[in-house]
Design a protein. Structure first.
Length: 128
């Protein structure tokens, strides 16, 4: 809000105005994402999630497609997806899990040195 208030009361040059406006836009996008996440949590907790599209799919199908798409995005990293003998069939909401996996891989890209081989593997565990 501070940057938008500055833009409203002060006269900056075009370069500074653009910089402040971009900051307002970035922070607005972050706030929107937080609000969307909170609304998702409330819906899940209230079990009123009619918009979730839970599907059964092989984890291999979900990961292979995503890793192929992401590894083609730049020439600086290589994703090595561990080839499992057994890939479980899992139930998940495809857009939410994809969002989580994309965020994890984006963080790996962002915080790892160039030309790094990124190893993606899965394990199967049983929980109560």
């Amino acid at each position: 809000m501070g940057f938008s208030e500055l833009l409203a009361v002060r006269n900056y040059g075009p370069e500074k105005t653009k910089e402040l406006a971009e900051s307002v836009q970035l922070q607005s996008a972050r706030l929107k994402q937080i609000m969307d996440d909170l609304l998702d949590i409330v819906s899940i907790e209230q079990r009123t999630v009619s918009s979730l599209e839970v599907i059964q799919v092989s984890l291999e199908h979900a990961l292979v497609g995503l890793c192929d798409k992401i590894s083609g995005c730049d020439n600086f990293h290589y994703i090595d997806l561990d080839n499992q003998k057994y890939w479980p069939i899992v139930e998940f909401e495809q857009f939410k899990i994809r969002k989580i996996m994309v965020q994890i891989l984006n963080n790996v890209y962002k915080y790892s040195p160039n030309k790094l081989k990124i190893k993606v593997s899965t394990t199967i565990g049983i929980t109560d």
